[in-house]
Design a protein around this ligand. Structure first.
Ligand code: C2E
Ligand code: MG
Ligand code: MG
Ligand code: MG
Length: 292
Protein backbone atom coordinates (compact mmCIF):
# COMPACT_ATOMS: atom_id res chain seq x y z
CA UNK A 1 0.00 0.00 0.00
CA UNK A 2 2.81 2.35 0.86
CA UNK A 3 4.38 1.41 -2.40
CA UNK A 4 1.20 2.23 -4.25
CA UNK A 5 0.91 5.55 -2.53
CA UNK A 6 4.50 6.27 -3.35
CA UNK A 7 3.93 5.41 -6.95
CA UNK A 8 0.84 7.56 -7.31
CA UNK A 9 2.65 10.43 -5.72
CA UNK A 10 5.47 9.91 -8.17
CA UNK A 11 3.07 9.85 -11.08
CA UNK A 12 1.47 13.02 -9.79
CA UNK A 13 4.87 14.65 -9.48
CA UNK A 14 5.80 13.51 -12.95
CA UNK A 15 2.61 14.93 -14.41
CA UNK A 16 3.23 18.18 -12.69
CA UNK A 17 6.76 18.30 -14.04
CA UNK A 18 5.61 17.53 -17.56
CA UNK A 19 3.01 20.27 -17.31
CA UNK A 20 5.58 22.74 -16.14
CA UNK A 21 8.02 21.84 -18.85
CA UNK A 22 5.25 22.20 -21.43
CA UNK A 23 4.17 25.54 -20.00
CA UNK A 24 7.77 26.76 -20.02
CA UNK A 25 8.20 25.66 -23.61
CA UNK A 26 4.98 27.40 -24.57
CA UNK A 27 6.07 30.59 -22.83
CA UNK A 28 9.50 30.40 -24.45
CA UNK A 29 7.81 30.14 -27.81
CA UNK A 30 5.62 33.15 -27.02
CA UNK A 31 8.70 35.08 -25.91
CA UNK A 32 10.35 34.43 -29.23
CA UNK A 33 7.36 35.28 -31.40
CA UNK A 34 7.03 38.38 -33.52
CA UNK A 35 5.20 41.11 -31.68
CA UNK A 36 6.56 40.13 -28.28
CA UNK A 37 8.20 43.49 -27.65
CA UNK A 38 4.98 45.31 -28.55
CA UNK A 39 3.28 43.41 -25.74
CA UNK A 40 5.66 44.80 -23.12
CA UNK A 41 5.23 47.94 -21.07
CA UNK A 42 6.66 49.43 -17.91
CA UNK A 43 4.82 50.33 -14.73
CA UNK A 44 6.20 52.72 -12.13
CA UNK A 45 5.82 52.28 -8.38
CA UNK A 46 6.32 55.40 -6.26
CA UNK A 47 8.84 55.64 -3.44
CA UNK A 48 8.45 58.07 -0.57
CA UNK A 49 10.77 59.69 1.92
CA UNK A 50 9.72 58.25 5.29
CA UNK A 51 10.40 61.43 7.19
CA UNK A 52 9.08 64.19 4.96
CA UNK A 53 6.55 62.12 3.08
CA UNK A 54 7.94 63.52 -0.15
CA UNK A 55 7.68 61.51 -3.35
CA UNK A 56 11.30 60.80 -4.23
CA UNK A 57 11.08 58.55 -7.24
CA UNK A 58 9.86 55.32 -8.75
CA UNK A 59 10.89 51.75 -9.39
CA UNK A 60 10.18 50.77 -12.99
CA UNK A 61 8.77 47.23 -13.31
CA UNK A 62 8.25 45.25 -16.48
CA UNK A 63 4.84 43.97 -17.58
CA UNK A 64 3.95 41.53 -20.35
CA UNK A 65 0.37 41.63 -21.57
CA UNK A 66 -0.21 38.74 -23.93
CA UNK A 67 -3.28 39.19 -26.20
CA UNK A 68 -4.72 35.76 -25.31
CA UNK A 69 -3.00 34.78 -22.08
CA UNK A 70 -3.37 38.12 -20.32
CA UNK A 71 -0.86 39.59 -17.91
CA UNK A 72 2.15 37.35 -17.28
CA UNK A 73 4.27 38.06 -14.22
CA UNK A 74 7.95 38.94 -14.61
CA UNK A 75 8.57 36.32 -11.94
CA UNK A 76 7.39 33.76 -14.49
CA UNK A 77 8.81 35.01 -17.77
CA UNK A 78 12.12 36.61 -16.71
CA UNK A 79 13.61 33.24 -15.63
CA UNK A 80 12.59 31.72 -18.96
CA UNK A 81 14.02 34.66 -20.88
CA UNK A 82 17.23 34.18 -18.91
CA UNK A 83 17.43 30.52 -19.84
CA UNK A 84 16.69 31.17 -23.51
CA UNK A 85 19.31 33.88 -23.98
CA UNK A 86 16.73 36.63 -24.36
CA UNK A 87 17.40 38.63 -21.24
CA UNK A 88 19.94 41.02 -22.76
CA UNK A 89 17.45 42.17 -25.37
CA UNK A 90 14.72 42.56 -22.80
CA UNK A 91 17.08 44.37 -20.43
CA UNK A 92 18.02 46.85 -23.14
CA UNK A 93 14.37 47.37 -23.99
CA UNK A 94 13.69 48.17 -20.33
CA UNK A 95 16.57 50.63 -20.11
CA UNK A 96 15.49 52.30 -23.33
CA UNK A 97 11.94 52.79 -22.14
CA UNK A 98 12.97 54.05 -18.73
CA UNK A 99 15.29 56.53 -20.49
CA UNK A 100 12.51 57.82 -22.70
CA UNK A 101 10.09 58.17 -19.80
CA UNK A 102 12.56 59.87 -17.47
CA UNK A 103 13.51 62.26 -20.28
CA UNK A 104 9.85 63.08 -20.84
CA UNK A 105 9.22 63.77 -17.15
CA UNK A 106 12.20 66.07 -16.90
CA UNK A 107 11.20 67.86 -20.07
CA UNK A 108 7.86 68.59 -18.45
CA UNK A 109 9.60 70.06 -15.44
CA UNK A 110 8.43 67.32 -13.10
CA UNK A 111 10.25 66.99 -9.85
CA UNK A 112 11.78 63.69 -8.68
CA UNK A 113 15.14 62.25 -7.77
CA UNK A 114 15.50 58.83 -9.36
CA UNK A 115 13.85 56.10 -11.35
CA UNK A 116 15.28 52.66 -10.72
CA UNK A 117 15.06 49.49 -12.76
CA UNK A 118 16.15 45.89 -12.24
CA UNK A 119 19.12 44.12 -13.76
CA UNK A 120 18.97 40.35 -13.96
CA UNK A 121 21.88 38.30 -12.61
CA UNK A 122 22.21 36.70 -16.03
CA UNK A 123 22.47 40.14 -17.63
CA UNK A 124 25.27 40.97 -15.23
CA UNK A 125 27.24 37.97 -16.43
CA UNK A 126 27.53 39.53 -19.88
CA UNK A 127 29.91 42.45 -19.69
CA UNK A 128 29.25 43.59 -23.25
CA UNK A 129 25.51 43.71 -22.62
CA UNK A 130 26.03 45.80 -19.50
CA UNK A 131 28.39 48.06 -21.42
CA UNK A 132 25.69 48.63 -24.05
CA UNK A 133 23.07 49.32 -21.45
CA UNK A 134 25.22 51.79 -19.54
CA UNK A 135 26.23 53.60 -22.74
CA UNK A 136 22.58 53.91 -23.59
CA UNK A 137 21.89 55.64 -20.27
CA UNK A 138 24.84 57.93 -20.70
CA UNK A 139 24.04 58.87 -24.28
CA UNK A 140 20.39 59.53 -23.47
CA UNK A 141 21.21 63.11 -22.53
CA UNK A 142 19.65 62.72 -19.09
CA UNK A 143 21.96 63.22 -16.12
CA UNK A 144 23.01 59.82 -14.79
CA UNK A 145 21.97 60.64 -11.24
CA UNK A 146 18.33 60.29 -12.24
CA UNK A 147 18.87 56.59 -12.92
CA UNK A 148 19.33 53.78 -10.46
CA UNK A 149 20.03 50.14 -11.21
CA UNK A 150 18.92 47.44 -8.79
CA UNK A 151 20.90 44.25 -8.47
CA UNK A 152 20.56 41.43 -6.00
CA UNK A 153 23.28 40.20 -3.72
CA UNK A 154 23.70 36.95 -5.59
CA UNK A 155 23.87 38.78 -8.93
CA UNK A 156 26.80 40.68 -7.57
CA UNK A 157 28.51 37.40 -6.70
CA UNK A 158 28.05 36.15 -10.26
CA UNK A 159 29.34 39.24 -12.02
CA UNK A 160 32.94 39.38 -13.15
CA UNK A 161 35.44 41.74 -11.62
CA UNK A 162 35.50 43.74 -14.86
CA UNK A 163 31.74 44.13 -14.96
CA UNK A 164 31.67 45.36 -11.38
CA UNK A 165 34.46 47.81 -12.19
CA UNK A 166 32.52 49.05 -15.18
CA UNK A 167 29.43 49.53 -13.06
CA UNK A 168 31.49 51.31 -10.46
CA UNK A 169 32.87 53.74 -13.03
CA UNK A 170 29.31 54.74 -13.85
CA UNK A 171 28.47 55.07 -10.18
CA UNK A 172 31.38 57.48 -9.95
CA UNK A 173 29.72 59.52 -12.69
CA UNK A 174 26.43 59.72 -10.83
CA UNK A 175 24.53 56.51 -11.56
CA UNK A 176 22.83 55.15 -8.44
CA UNK A 177 23.12 51.54 -7.41
CA UNK A 178 20.76 49.65 -5.11
CA UNK A 179 21.11 46.20 -3.62
CA UNK A 180 17.71 44.58 -4.08
CA UNK A 181 16.01 41.98 -1.86
CA UNK A 182 18.65 42.51 0.79
CA UNK A 183 18.77 39.74 3.39
CA UNK A 184 17.61 36.92 1.15
CA UNK A 185 20.93 36.06 -0.50
CA UNK A 186 23.83 34.07 0.90
CA UNK A 187 26.28 36.85 0.47
CA UNK A 188 24.85 39.97 2.02
CA UNK A 189 28.06 41.21 3.47
CA UNK A 190 30.12 40.34 0.42
CA UNK A 191 27.82 42.40 -1.78
CA UNK A 192 28.20 45.33 0.55
CA UNK A 193 31.95 45.09 0.47
CA UNK A 194 32.27 44.70 -3.27
CA UNK A 195 29.89 47.36 -4.45
CA UNK A 196 29.73 51.08 -4.09
CA UNK A 197 25.99 50.89 -3.54
CA UNK A 198 23.90 53.88 -2.60
CA UNK A 199 20.88 52.07 -1.29
CA UNK A 200 19.85 48.86 0.41
CA UNK A 201 16.39 47.54 -0.29
CA UNK A 202 15.18 45.39 2.59
CA UNK A 203 13.33 42.42 1.18
CA UNK A 204 9.58 42.40 1.36
CA UNK A 205 9.48 39.18 3.41
CA UNK A 206 11.02 40.92 6.43
CA UNK A 207 8.61 43.84 6.19
CA UNK A 208 5.69 41.44 5.83
CA UNK A 209 6.52 39.53 9.01
CA UNK A 210 8.02 42.35 11.03
CA UNK A 211 4.90 43.15 13.07
CA UNK A 212 4.37 39.55 14.15
CA UNK A 213 7.87 38.19 14.33
CA UNK A 214 10.30 39.75 16.75
CA UNK A 215 13.25 38.26 14.86
CA UNK A 216 12.21 39.93 11.65
CA UNK A 217 11.75 43.20 13.45
CA UNK A 218 15.28 42.89 14.84
CA UNK A 219 16.63 42.08 11.38
CA UNK A 220 15.00 45.17 9.93
CA UNK A 221 16.34 47.28 12.75
CA UNK A 222 19.85 45.86 12.42
CA UNK A 223 19.83 46.24 8.64
CA UNK A 224 18.91 49.90 8.95
CA UNK A 225 21.72 50.43 11.46
CA UNK A 226 24.20 48.55 9.26
CA UNK A 227 23.23 50.52 6.16
CA UNK A 228 23.44 53.84 7.93
CA UNK A 229 26.82 53.05 9.39
CA UNK A 230 28.02 52.40 5.84
CA UNK A 231 26.45 55.62 4.62
CA UNK A 232 23.71 53.92 2.62
CA UNK A 233 20.06 54.83 2.33
CA UNK A 234 17.51 52.17 3.25
CA UNK A 235 14.43 51.42 1.20
CA UNK A 236 11.72 49.20 2.69
CA UNK A 237 9.96 47.11 0.03
CA UNK A 238 6.41 45.84 0.28
CA UNK A 239 4.97 48.26 2.81
CA UNK A 240 1.32 47.26 2.91
CA UNK A 241 -0.04 48.94 6.03
CA UNK A 242 0.11 52.12 8.04
CA UNK A 243 1.31 50.11 11.02
CA UNK A 244 4.33 48.87 9.08
CA UNK A 245 5.08 52.38 7.91
CA UNK A 246 4.90 53.72 11.46
CA UNK A 247 7.36 51.12 12.74
CA UNK A 248 9.73 51.82 9.85
CA UNK A 249 9.56 55.54 10.50
CA UNK A 250 10.34 54.93 14.16
CA UNK A 251 13.32 52.79 13.21
CA UNK A 252 14.73 55.51 10.98
CA UNK A 253 14.11 53.88 7.60
CA UNK A 254 14.74 56.41 4.83
CA UNK A 255 12.43 55.43 2.01
CA UNK A 256 9.29 53.31 1.72
CA UNK A 257 7.69 51.55 -1.23
CA UNK A 258 4.63 49.34 -1.21
CA UNK A 259 0.95 48.94 -1.92
CA UNK A 260 -0.02 51.04 1.09
CA UNK A 261 1.74 54.00 -0.48
CA UNK A 262 1.14 53.36 -4.14
CA UNK A 263 0.68 50.57 -6.64
CA UNK A 264 2.82 50.30 -9.75
CA UNK A 265 1.20 52.59 -12.34
CA UNK A 266 1.21 52.89 -16.09
CA UNK A 267 3.33 55.72 -17.45
CA UNK A 268 0.45 58.17 -17.90
CA UNK A 269 -0.76 57.61 -14.36
CA UNK A 270 2.75 57.85 -12.97
CA UNK A 271 3.13 61.17 -14.72
CA UNK A 272 -0.13 62.52 -13.30
CA UNK A 273 0.84 61.21 -9.89
CA UNK A 274 4.13 63.05 -10.15
CA UNK A 275 2.41 66.19 -11.33
CA UNK A 276 0.13 66.17 -8.30
CA UNK A 277 2.59 65.00 -5.64
CA UNK A 278 5.91 66.14 -7.06
CA UNK A 279 5.82 69.51 -5.33
CA UNK A 280 3.82 68.66 -2.27
CA UNK A 281 5.03 66.83 0.76
CA UNK A 282 2.76 64.17 1.97
CA UNK A 283 2.29 60.47 1.80
CA UNK A 284 -1.00 59.46 0.31
CA UNK A 285 -2.56 56.11 -0.20
CA UNK A 286 -3.06 55.80 -3.89
CA UNK A 287 -5.31 55.18 -6.68
CA UNK A 288 -4.86 52.90 -9.58
CA UNK A 289 -5.38 49.28 -8.61
CA UNK A 290 -5.70 48.16 -12.21
CA UNK A 291 -2.11 48.68 -13.08
CA UNK A 292 -0.67 46.17 -10.62
P1 C2E B 1 11.61 43.33 -7.20
O1 C2E B 1 12.62 44.07 -8.00
O2 C2E B 1 11.96 43.01 -5.80
O3 C2E B 1 10.30 44.20 -7.30
C1 C2E B 1 9.37 44.39 -6.28
C2 C2E B 1 8.15 43.53 -6.50
O4 C2E B 1 7.29 43.66 -5.37
C3 C2E B 1 7.32 43.95 -7.70
O5 C2E B 1 6.73 42.77 -8.23
C4 C2E B 1 6.26 44.83 -7.07
O6 C2E B 1 5.09 44.95 -7.85
C5 C2E B 1 6.01 44.06 -5.80
N1 C2E B 1 5.45 44.89 -4.73
C6 C2E B 1 5.60 46.21 -4.52
N2 C2E B 1 4.95 46.60 -3.41
C7 C2E B 1 4.39 45.50 -2.88
C8 C2E B 1 3.58 45.27 -1.71
O7 C2E B 1 3.27 46.15 -0.94
N3 C2E B 1 3.21 43.96 -1.50
C9 C2E B 1 3.53 42.95 -2.34
N4 C2E B 1 3.10 41.72 -2.05
N5 C2E B 1 4.30 43.14 -3.44
C10 C2E B 1 4.71 44.40 -3.71
P2 C2E B 1 6.73 42.46 -9.79
O8 C2E B 1 6.54 43.74 -10.54
O9 C2E B 1 5.81 41.34 -10.03
O10 C2E B 1 8.20 41.99 -10.06
C11 C2E B 1 8.72 40.84 -9.48
C12 C2E B 1 10.19 40.71 -9.72
O11 C2E B 1 10.44 40.54 -11.12
C13 C2E B 1 10.98 41.95 -9.32
O12 C2E B 1 11.22 41.94 -7.94
C14 C2E B 1 12.22 41.76 -10.15
O13 C2E B 1 13.10 40.85 -9.55
C15 C2E B 1 11.65 41.13 -11.43
N6 C2E B 1 11.48 42.20 -12.43
C16 C2E B 1 10.46 43.08 -12.61
N7 C2E B 1 10.70 43.92 -13.63
C17 C2E B 1 11.91 43.57 -14.12
C18 C2E B 1 12.75 44.06 -15.20
O14 C2E B 1 12.44 45.06 -15.87
N8 C2E B 1 13.94 43.41 -15.41
C19 C2E B 1 14.33 42.35 -14.64
N9 C2E B 1 15.51 41.77 -14.92
N10 C2E B 1 13.59 41.89 -13.64
C20 C2E B 1 12.40 42.48 -13.37
MG1 MG C 1 13.69 45.73 -7.62
MG1 MG D 1 13.09 43.75 -4.37
MG1 MG E 1 11.79 40.86 -4.64
Amino acid sequence: RAKELGRSRFVFYQEEMTERVQRDAELAHMLGSAGFFEQLYMVYQPQFDCESGELVGFEALLRWLHPEQGLISPMIFIPIAEKRGMIDGIGLWVAQHVCIEVGRWLEQGLNFRTVSFNLSPVQLRNEEGIQNLLSLLKDSGTALHHFEVEITESACMDASEDTLKLLESYVNQGLKLAIDDFGTGFSSMVALRQLSACRLKIDRSFIRDMLHDANDEMIVKATIALAHSLGLEVVAEGVESEEQLNVLQKQGCDIAQGYFLGYPMKQQDAMSFLRILGDKSYISASVDRDAI
